[in-house]
Design a protein around this ligand. Structure first.
Ligand code: FPP
Length: 247
């Protein structure tokens, strides 16, 4: 478990950390290797981070694996990212099941090849009863797309008479998002020095603490995770209020 920092306003470990795993391409370029090599090493960093998050008492970990905008990349790179998801699930699912990790995949299932959709469904199904740790993989995910899909379903339910427009509160709307059963992230980390959200968890990050680190994703490790948590623990979370309080 993470050691609480007693003098800190946010002394506990963040319950939910979301990560934009950025910098794979630059990491590979520095080594004169193809970008896809950076993505494969990125999977090793993902494995390390899932393990480290568990050890540090972080119950929910969300990672941005493939965005709705990543389709604009060369087809070879898109295919390599899909292959990495296939390999990751093939190699790691049994261990995740045994270690009590529940896998959720957020994002649009449209455009996904049928075998990928099946792999995702299988991973979610096999880990459905796990609760020790939650790994949320954002794949074919965009925050704007997620909100638009949720709005469409709300509109359908209103049209079907299941909801009235007055029923559409913040809480009710959130229950239509892909993250309906996941708490909002406390801490969002982006690696590689870029200072953007890039369409990641736009609704959920309303009061998330943002930490940007220069390390390129394939180099990310437990020490880097701990350092980001330390930064988070020095923050005072006010949620729009005048002093530290829980929402
Ligand atoms: C951003 O780095 C990273 C991605 C677009 C993909 C992240 C994917 C992985 C880490 C592979 C593992 C994923 C799963 C779900 C198994 P970039 O390529 O934009 O780096 P650059 O900005 O240096 O070019």
């Amino acid at each position: 478990m993470a050691q609480p920092v007693s003098s800190s306003p946010t002394a506990t470990a963040p319950r939910h950390i979301a990560i934009i795993m950025d910098g794979n391409g630059r990491w590979a370029k520095q080594r004169s290797r193809p970008r896809t090599f950076g993505h494969s090493e990125g999977v090793e960093a993902l494995r390390r981070t899932v393990e480290a998050a568990g050890e540090l008492g972080v119950r929910y970990l969300t990672v941005f694996g493939f965005s709705t905008e990543n389709w604009r990349r060369p087809v070879e790179e898109v295919n390599a990212l899909f292959d990495l998801l296939r390999l990751y699930v093939a190699h790691d699912l049994d261990r995740l099941v045994k270690e009590g990790v529940r896998v959720h995949v957020i994002g649009s299932r449209e455009r996904l090849q049928p075998d990928i959709a099946r792999i995702i469904q299988d991973a979610e199904e096999k880990t459905r009863h796990n609760d020790a740790q939650h790994l949320i993989i954002a794949f074919n995910y965009g925050g704007q797309d997620e909100i638009a899909r949720a709005a469409r379903r709300v509109a359908e339910d209103v049209a079907a008479g299941k909801l009235t427009p007055q029923d559409v509160s913040i809480e009710r709307f959130a229950s239509y998002l892909d993250t309906a059963d996941v708490p909002a992230p406390d801490l969002l980390i982006r690696t590689s020095g870029e200072l953007r959200l890039s369409n990641f968890m736009l609704w959920q990050a309303a009061y998330t603490e943002l930490v940007f680190v220069d390390v390129l994703w394939p180099d990310f490790d437990k020490a880097a995770l701990q350092s980001a948590i330390d930064t988070y623990q020095r923050r005072e979370r006010r949620y729009g209020g005048a002093e530290a309080e829980q929402p």
